[in-house]
Design a protein around this ligand. Structure first.
Ligand code: NAP
Length: 282
């Protein structure tokens, strides 16, 4: 997928990464779902969705183990993102947590390592720990998640804070608050935003404009919602799909380009923000 403007976004370092990846929250937790989950992740990688998002929190490490099992033989092609709990958010804590994640992932490096959310962490310590991990070759980039604009300002006010590669945030057609200030703030600094729950955790409203466009285009409402996210500049997305058919549909959404009229119709139902809204979290 690399190499084309429509299929990649660029990190502040200039590295291009896939615009469409795969989430893994709630995967690896149920033995009888494992075979299907492995098939889904492998199909996604086969289709070029080589960016894989996980976290130490997901199934308390079970998602990371599933990724090792499903994709160990494809490691070289992958861009692995994992996240550290805020309660491990200290210089030593992030290093120890990273070692545990590396073991579960059966790899020697994480491509992008994020602080999962704010919650009692020592932000200076987190930056120092992340930089040490980078120096040691255990992570390639670091970033944050669920940081609103004021959190990003605070991060950038700290020594080394501007080395942040991305902010992973809740962003989809039904949750557009970040468009008001956070997305422009990130764009001004050449930092892509990583959209989680891009189909709103499968809770998008039924009926309405998404289904109308979907019917006219012969696709699903999920695909329209995902295409909308993917059409935002410098935004990349990590839909989670444990069903192979959903994975294929999600990949096809990357080729679905919504017209100006369709985008305007979407704005009628899902209004863009006109004032600051606090960043939501799932
Ligand atoms: P999501 O990707 O918006 O939605 C996942 C749900 O949508 C699943 O039930 C999935 O079903 C269904 N789905 C996906 N594609 C579909 C399609 N084409 N047609 C019909 N249904 C479809 O929600 P999410 O899992 O919350 O978010 C994605 C990833 O973002 C997570 O897995 C995780 O990696 C990350 N995340 C990060 C944070 C954070 O705080 N940083 C928070 C939430 C999520 P099936 O599984 O049955 O295919």
């Amino acid at each position: 997928m690399a190499g084309s403007d429509q299929t990649t976004v660029t990190l502040p370092t200039g590295e291009a990464i896939p615009k469409l990846g795969q989430g893994t929250w709630e995967m690896g937790e149920r033995p009888n779902a494992r075979k299907g989950e492995i098939a889904a992740l492998r199909e996604g990688v086969e289709l070029g969705m080589t960016l894989i998002d996980t976290a130490e929190m997901y199934g308390e490490g079970e998602s990371e183990k599933l990724i090792a099992e499903a994709l160990g033989d494809r490691r070289k092609e992958l861009f692995i993102v994992s996240k550290v709990y805020p309660h491990n958010g200290s210089e030593r804590g992030v290093q120890a947590a990273c070692e545990r994640s590396l073991k579960r992932l059966k790899t020697d490096r994480i491509d992008l390592y994020l602080l999962h959310w704010r919650g009692g962490e020592n932000l200076e310590g987190v930056i120092a720990g992340f930089e040490k991990l980078k120096d040691d070759g255990k992570i390639r980039h670091w970033g944050v998640s669920n940081f609103d604009t004021d959190d990003m300002e605070e991060l950038f006010s700290l020594d080394g804070g501007d080395a942040c590669a991305t902010d992973q945030i809740l962003f989809n057609v039904a949750r557009r608050g970040a468009e008001f200030d956070l997305l422009p703030w990130l764009r001004e600094r050449g930092m892509p935003a990583m959209a989680y729950s891009p189909v709103d955790h499968a809770r998008l409203p039924r009926g309405g404009v998404l289904e109308k466009i979907a019917a006219a285009r012969g696709v699903s409402a999920f695909q329209v919602a995902l295409a909308w996210v993917l059409q935002q500049p410098q935004v990349f997305a990590i839909p989670k799909a444990a069903d192979v058919a959903h994975v294929r549909e999600n990949r096809a959404a990357l080729d679905l380009h919504l017209s100006a009229d369709e985008l305007a119709d979407i704005d009628q139902q899902f209004k863009p923000p006109r004032s600051k809204r606090s960043l939501e979290m799932l």
